[in-house]
Design a protein around this ligand. Structure first.
Ligand SMILES: [Zn+2]
Ligand SMILES: [Zn+2]
Length: 436
């Protein structure tokens, strides 16, 4: 048995907002820099992408697919009639085609050029039955995000509520960028389920592809082995989840549904008599001042959950009322069954990480996500010290320090969970704060 770094949720240029440069060659190039062994194809139900993959992937013995040095799992994302996203894996192209045929009558865009993530007007349970009957594996995608997710505000609180009898056929749950094991293990209904941490990449850029990944212990990089690992059978398993710190995700904090400002609480210098009456408005935040920010926040979240709170910034700017929506952290708090996370024995360790390219950007004070200076520095450190995941997770800090003391300090800080973050929310990624 061997470990494989695995990213199992990607897209293709046939989904909106995806880089047209994303293809097998660019995926493999980034994988070599990062240390990824298995990728998913993304969007495999889309006819042109399916043909491209079928023509280019080499099929080896035991149902293993490969392109150059990277192995591939056939994968797509599907949106159901409840607007919930699901991640799906297939054993072979035959089952991809069978599922495509079965779903086609219920989907307007599954055969479209832009149908990379098809909308299928069937219930969650109906889609699970079709996929699993034809040999596939399925689970909810980015399960806690405020949009398009099973546990979003106002929707389901348990897997059973959503999938009913088909919930037994769910083999995993994808955490999403704004959640980790620490947060998700507040829900008792997830104790038997394996968690995946995947990038949901829309680009081959090393800050996107593999920004989250799973370390699998497998005998070979096949669909069948992945399935056994998700079910924790025959010593196959996920050994480690690595993902962005949830605060770096786009949906961690509650936000205004209209202006997308994030909501924060701070301790007030003066005594405040009316709760939520004192606040300041900035470009990206509404900051409430409170005598006891923690307890005020709990009260506020309960009100947001009941859709009772509107955005004071929008009121000032437009005179209209727009609702505040729960972010991932607050949504989990409202549907938690445990006050503290309870990790089942099988749960692997989760490392909150920061993509190396974002560490370099932050240290150089460069905002652009496509800076030549940053890309050059990234390529140089990889050439000198080794693959990104090795540098971030395994390489002794002294070794990194000999190369670059500043980078070593940031990596040590996140390994020790000592980084301060500006939390993301409302569609904006969070940031690391290096000055504290
Ligand atoms: Zn999605
Ligand atoms: Zn607003």
């Amino acid at each position: 048995m061997k470990t494989y770094n695995t990213d199992l949720h990607l897209h293709s240029p046939h989904s909106i907002a995806v880089s047209q440069k994303l293809n097998l060659d660019t995926m493999v190039k980034t994988s070599e820099k990062k240390g990824l062994d298995i990728l998913s194809t993304g969007d495999i139900l889309q006819p042109e992408w399916m043909k491209y993959m079928e023509n280019n992937l080499l099929k080896e013995e035991g149902g293993v697919f490969s392109y150059k040095n990277v192995n591939f799992i056939l994968q797509t994302e599907i949106e159901d009639e409840e607007s919930i996203h699901h991640v799906v894996f297939f054993p072979d192209f035959e089952s991809v085609r069978e599922v495509q045929n079965k779903l086609e009558p219920s989907s307007k865009n599954i055969l479209d050029e832009w149908g990379g993530r098809p909308r299928v007007n069937l219930s969650p349970a109906e889609i699970v039955d079709i996929v699993t009957d034809l040999g596939g594996i399925i689970g909810p995608a980015h399960a806690f995000t405020p949009f398009k997710a099973i546990f979003r505000q106002g929707r389901f609180k348990t897997l059973e509520e959503c999938y009913q009898d088909a919930s037994k056929k769910i083999d995993f749950l994808e955490l999403g960028l704004s959640a980790n094991t620490e947060l998700a293990d507040h829900l008792e209904c997830l104790e038997d389920i394996s968690f995946l941490s995947n990038s949901d990449a829309h680009s081959q850029n090393p800050r996107s592809l593999g920004r989250e990944f799973n370390k699998f212990l497998l005998d070979s990089p096949s669909f069948e082995e992945i399935l056994q690992a998700l079910r924790r059978k025959n010593s196959r398993k996920i050994e480690l989840n690595v993902g962005l710190h949830p605060k770096l995700g786009k949906y961690y904090k509650m936000f205004c549904g209209k202006c997308r400002r994030r909501i924060l609480f701070k301790k007030s210098k003066k005594q405040i008599s009316m709760p939520f009456s004192q606040y300041s408005i900035t470009e990206n935040f509404v900051i409430y001042f409170a005598n006891d920010p923690e307890s005020s926040k709990v009260e506020y979240i309960n009100n947001v959950a009941e859709k009772k709170i509107t955005c004071p910034a929008c009121k000032e700017e437009t005179g209209n009322n727009y609702k505040i929506k729960l972010g991932v952290s607050e949504r989990i708090a409202t549907i938690s069954t445990y006050d503290e996370p309870v990790h089942p024995d099988h749960r692997p360790k989760y490392i909150n990480a920061i993509p190396l390219i974002d560490i370099i950007r932050a240290l150089k004070g460069i905002k652009s996500t496509n800076s030549k200076t940053v890309n050059k520095a990234y390529n140089k450190i990889i050439e000198t010290l080794g693959q990104e995941f090795y540098i971030l997770i395994d390489l002794p800090i002294e070794e990194i320090s000999k190369y670059d003391k500043e980078i070593a300090d940031v990596i040590q800080a996140f390994r020790n969970d000592e980084i301060t973050y500006t939390p993301g929310g409302g569609g904006t990624y969070g940031n690391i704060k290096l000055d504290v």
